[in-house]
Design a protein around this ligand. Structure first.
Ligand code: BGC
Length: 769
């Protein structure tokens, strides 16, 4: 470590010296020269091999070292899935770095390693700094001691766009302090299938909400991307969202209408917000893999939407055109197709360098095409100040990561992301004087899993589990804990019996159930990336646990920890209270306890519908009117809890919906104002939602669509008038000829506290011919 620091100091001095000798230095090293000139100068000095290397990523050396210790001989020889390069050691990768043949790394988890890699790279001929990427999806949670915020689905459930910006900004600071400059977030896919294990890293099922959260996040990471405090955002995965059966990477068969109405708007907005990197999706879209899809990468993204950044592949997905999609005969063919369709960077691996160089030498790909991609990548490296600041510093890191301000933000975001779904007989908030002895059990009662997918285990004292949160918030209550282990698939029936026996002598039961998402136990998880479900029930003995504890006759509360909606239909019918905490992050336990004991009044609303059963899928609030033309038999199409739903410890009344006009022209605006009254005895925040319904249109329109929302703080008894402006973009759609326009006719405005009709009041206006 000391050696590394000495080397870094020496390398920094070299940088300073070269800055002092600026007159002799090449233009690309001159910080004051315009970026375009620096890029052109550098490009003119690069060999083909160096250029192709800039377009390639590798996983970090420690990742390779770690895997080579734990993988079997058979896996070492053949398996690429855990990012081990068969037949290649960390030394080879270090050598290529020294030769300037690698442009980027991912899966680098420490500042020390990031510095080590940059230092190796500084031995290369042109010393082009690496850009180090990481999935900082909810804070830089894969790295030790960085702040772990709630995952995107929880953040979306707070409907707090300013908070999304703030978290992105803090994450950018933590990342730069770790010497990492590129986050593979935000995931702006619209999640319409709750079986999909990745719902938790999205902002849910609604296009408008996804767009607002995505834009704020991009802006928070990047700002103008011109300082060493900003990081590169990556909007992804273009264009997935509804894989068949909800399984990650499965084909997506979507009409152009659905793509343009539902899935593209967040990308268009992300491009407009300045996102400078974009990742393509694993899946094929209408038959063409996204990684070789010219329509997506060039026709739409660059030509129609004006995207200026670079495109990165997902994890070896270009290669998957060979073994998964069967649209390329070998890797070389797949690379050819991908580059010609618009790909700029390859995540990650061995086959790229030689094959792509060969394609250029054989005249199949012009070097000018390679230059286009390299230019985009170098531009970002200059803008991020990497040439001037290739190293991070331990002292700064220790000041920045998980500091008090960031912790407070994480706690506040978590409090605002937890959804209260049921509260019968006013059980909540709990009266501590009434419940002296409380049973706490379930797989998620005392496990780091509370942080969610995309986090690595963190130091114990940093993570508030439900049990720890309860003990902290109510130190005078006796919490009787029965450990059910972390593994829902292997619960011990004896521990279930033990909890059931204890429930009889307790005054109240808190059962913490849900999914298991921690990625360090990749194959044992029940949710998360590459971990999809064929039903939405609780796994293992969890239902049994809940039912038998309920039979104790004592009030029973269910706390759900899961990144995707679960069909807890039995619990919803029987238990007294249900809290859906999503994947709440490092302060999950504290925030849950604060809500249970009423220190915090819950305000979040579901960013995804919770269906009653897997058979209700696709269960989205903004379905077409004919979706339920014929009612299902022996059941209902009403979901368990709809999008936008969430309770509070107070109640809000919506009244006096007034539109300033009842007739407008196609380019006109309507102002809608509504009075919201806090009818209860507690202060709270209400998330007021505005939906629009186009009553008669030339193509079938959804029953309603979210078009605006506001978080409104109301003191007990207080009323406020809240205003929304309905602009033409909130009325426009693709008509029967796929022409984007506002059609004349009647529109309904629905405003309320959820997407459910009974929670809304409405008014009507007309767009005149
Ligand atoms: C995921 C991406 C992620 C990448 C790098 C892939 O498996 O699909 O979302 O950014 O891995 O970790």
């Amino acid at each position: 470590m000391n050696n590394l620091l000495t080397l870094i100091t020496a390398a920094t001095m070299t940088l300073t010296v070269s800055a002092n000798n600026r007159e002799n230095a090449p233009i690309y090293k001159n910080q004051k020269a315009p970026i375009e000139q620096r890029v052109n100068d550098l490009l003119s000095r690069m060999t083909l091999e160096e250029k192709v290397g800039q377009m390639n990523q590798f996983v970090g050396l420690e990742h390779i070292r770690e895997n080579s210790k734990t993988m079997s001989a058979a896996d070492l020889a053949t398996n690429t899935a855990s990012a081990f390069y068969p037949g290649i050691s960390d030394k080879d990768v270090a050598n290529w770095t020294r030769q300037g043949l690698i442009g980027s790394f991912l899966h680098v988890l420490t500042l020390e390693e990031a510095n080590e890699l940059q230092l190796l790279n500084m031995k290369s001929r042109l010393k082009i700094p690496l850009i180090i990427g990481i999935d900082a999806i909810h804070g830089n949670a894969k790295c030790q001691n960085n702040t772990v915020y709630p995952t995107n689905i929880g953040l979306a459930s707070s409907f707090d766009v300013d908070m999304a910006y703030k978290i992105a900004r803090q994450t950018a600071l933590e990342m730069r302090a770790m010497n990492m400059q590129w986050t593979f977030n935000p995931n702006i896919e619209v999640a319409r299938d709750p079986r999909w294990g990745r719902c938790g890293e999205t902002y849910g099922e609604d296009t408008y909400l996804v767009t607002q959260m995505g834009v704020a996040t991009v802006k928070g990471y990047q700002r103008n991307m011109d300082t060493d405090q900003d990081v590169l955002a990556c909007i992804k995965h273009f264009c997935g969202g509804t894989p068949v059966n909800g399984t990650n990477g499965a084909p997506a068969d979507l009409s152009e209408r659905t793509l343009r109405e539902v899935f593209f708007p967040p990308y268009i907005a992300g491009v407009k917000a300045g996102a400078m990197s974009l990742m393509t999706a694993h899946n094929e879209l209408n038959g063409i893999p996204c990684h070789t899809n010219k329509w997506l990468m060039q026709d739409l993204l660059r030509n129609e939407w004006g995207y200026k950044g670079f495109i990165v592949s997902d994890w070896m997905d270009i290669e998957h055109c060979v073994d998964q999609h069967h649209t390329a005969k070998d890797d070389k063919d797949a690379f050819y197709q991908s580059i010609m369709a618009g790909m700029d960077m390859h995540m990650h691996g061995l086959e790229w360098q030689e094959n792509v160089c060969a394609l250029v030498r054989e005249g199949k790909i012009k070097e000018s095409r390679i230059d286009e991609s390299v230019r985009r990548i170098l531009d970002i490296k200059f803008r991020l100040g990497l040439f001037e600041h290739p190293y991070g510093n331990v002292k700064i890191r220790d000041k920045v990561i998980n500091n008090l301000e960031h912790k407070q933000t994480a706690l506040e975001a978590t409090r605002n992301s937890i959804v209260l779904l049921k509260n019968a007989n006013g059980l909540l908030p709990l009266d501590a004087s009434k419940y002296k002895k409380v049973l706490v059990t379930g797989i998620n009662a005392n496990d780091q899993n509370i942080m969610g997918d995309w986090s690595e285990p963190q130091p114990e004292n940093k993570v508030s589990t439900v049990l720890k949160g309860l003990q902290q918030i109510e130190p005078n209550t006796h919490f009787e804990f029965v450990d059910q282990g972390w593994d829902p698939r292997n619960m011990d029936p004896k521990k279930v019996d033990e909890a059931v026996a204890k429930a009889k002598d307790c005054d109240l039961n808190i059962v913490c159930c849900g999914e298991y998402m921690m990625r360090f136990r990749w194959t044992e998880r029940t949710s998360g990336e590459d971990t999809d479900r064929d039903n939405l029930d609780l796994v293992g003995l969890q239902n049994d646990l809940i039912k038998r504890i309920y039979e104790s006759g004592k009030p029973t509360i269910l706390v759900i920890i899961s990144g995707h909606p679960l069909s807890v239909t039995w619990a919803a019918e029987h238990l007294d209270a249900i809290i859906n905490a999503w994947e709440p992050g490092q302060f999950g336990g504290q925030a849950i306890a604060e809500i249970l004991y009423g220190k915090v009044n819950p305000s979040a609303k579901l960013a995804m519908t919770m269906p009653r059963s897997v058979g209700q899928i696709q269960s989205i609030y903004n379905h077409k009117p004919s979706a339920f033309f014929h009612p299902v038999v022996c059941g209902t199409s009403e979901p368990l809890y709809p999008f936008g739903f969430g309770l509070s410890y107070t109640t809000y009344k919506y009244s006096d919906l007034i539109l300033d006009k009842t007739n407008i022209q196609k380019d006109g605006n309507v102002k809608a104002s509504v009075t919201i009254t806090n009818n209860g005895s507690r202060d709270g925040v209400e998330i007021a939602q505005l939906y629009i319904h186009d009553i008669v249109a030339s193509a079938e329109r959804p029953v309603k669509e979210l078009k605006d929302f506001k978080r409104v703080y109301l003191k007990a008894g207080e009323s406020k008038i809240v205003e929304f402006t309905i602009t033409p973009d909130k009325l426009a759609f693709y008509d029967k000829n796929m022409h984007y326009c506002v059609e004349p006719g009647d529109f309904e405005v629905l405003i309320g506290g959820s997407s459910r009709n009974t929670d809304e009041i409405k008014a009507k206006f007309t767009v005149d011919e």
